[in-house]
Design a protein around this ligand. Structure first.
Ligand code: DAH
Length: 355
């Protein structure tokens, strides 16, 4: 009997060692330790044995049962450990590795960035942003802006004509008229957009960008214009800047001025620390940035009063100021860009320096 117990134990050990999964182990447990298995039957039959055999057989059978149970558990743990090790090896994911490099994202073109910067500044001063058509009528582009019939800008060589009555707008100023036609005073608007002129060299491209400004209200003076443009100059070029107005002529403003900003490169002195002449302002101390003026009363006369803008623009009652600035020029000055054509050549070595 004891030999049989030992035999069962050996047999079970071999089978358990060969098992490779939990189901197999469970089947072996049933086969060797289950209710109908031989070993438990031997155990149950111990009390029917002759007294001198009961002790040794009972002891051997009990040890064998515990031994087999321990073998099954050990094998089970071994199988689990092997499986864990394999999945750690095969499903290896190293969370400490750096992620995939981010895809290079685009950036704003320096002109778009400047366009938005200027919009932000004037919105902050209470202006509303409007945009308008790039193909414009001669009426809005010239006539309503008080250009005489012989004004040189009307020449076929200075303007892209689409027809006798339509042009590619040469400036954003026609939107002054459209804005006043559409809205009653008081009016505070800025109009960024593309404009076109048949010029092409280092300082002129046939297509470029302007930001027009128009403020019409009661009791508006040239000081309001100067204060507004001073705030703009300081926001773009630095808090220490000053502005200077020089007399000029535009058909649609009276008086008209050209506006200079004190040079931010030499702090307005015209000379650098080492005594060299400032190359940015050419020793002037001032940089010309835009044209402006008080809206000429004749311009209001070109704005019909309708339901849309009632009570309309009566030059006896309202005054205003206007300006037009080139976005390319502002960005050139601000970033020291030497040639206007760089904006449009799409050379990434240039473009990646901004935005
Ligand atoms: N339209 C002018 C140009 O393109 C710029 C300009 C000057 C606009 C004076 C204005 C202004 O509104 O008041 O040269």
């Amino acid at each position: 009997m004891i030999e049989r117990v030992e035999q069962l134990r050996q047999e079970a050990r071999g089978a358990v060692q060969e098992a490779t999964g939990a189901e197999q182990l469970q089947a072996l447990r049933v086969r060797y330790l289950g209710r109908k298995a031989e070993l438990p039957r031997i155990l149950r039959g111990v009390r029917e044995l002759p007294p001198e055999q009961r002790g040794p057989v009972g002891k051997a059978a009990n040890e064998a049962r515990q031994g087999i149970e321990a073998l099954i558990q050990a094998r089970s743990a071994q199988i689990d450990a092997q499986r864990l090790e394999r999945s750690l090896r095969e499903d290896r994911l190293d969370v400490t590795l750096p992620g995939s490099p981010p895809q290079p994202v685009g950036r704003l073109h320096v002109l778009t960035a400047t366009w938005r910067e200027l919009e932000d500044i004037f919105v902050g001063l209470g202006f509303t942003v409007l945009e308008g058509p790039e193909v414009e009528t001669v009426h809005y582009n010239f006539d309503a802006l008080n250009h005489s019939p012989t004004h040189p800008a009307r020449a076929l060589t200075d303007t892209f004509y689409v027809s006798d009555h339509a042009v590619l707008r040469t400036h954003t100023s026609p939107m002054q008229i459209r804005a006043m036609e559409a809205h009653p005073p008081p009016l505070y608007v800025v109009i960024p957009g593309r404009v076109y002129r048949p010029d092409s060299d280092a300082t002129h491209t046939p297509q470029f960008h302007q930001v027009e400004g128009l403020a019409v209200d009661e009791d508006i003076t040239l000081s309001d214009l100067k204060g507004t443009l001073l705030a703009f100059a300081r926001a773009v070029f630095g808090e220490e800047r000053e502005v200077r107005l020089r007399p000029h002529f535009f058909p649609f403003t009276e008086p008209s001025v050209e506006v200079d900003v004190s040079c931010f490169h030499c702090s307005g002195s015209g000379f650098l620390k080492d005594g060299a002449r400032c190359h940015l302002c050419k020793g002037e101390g001032w940089l010309e940035v835009l044209g402006a003026g008080e809206v000429d009363p004749n311009v209001y006369a070109h704005v019909p009063t309708t339901e849309a803008n009632a009570p309309g623009y009566d030059s006896e009652r309202v005054q205003g100021f206007a300006w037009g600035m080139g976005i390319e020029r502002i960005a050139m000055l601000k970033h020291g860009i030497p040639d206007l054509r760089l904006y449009y050549e799409n050379d990434l070595r240039f473009l990646e320096q901004f935005g």
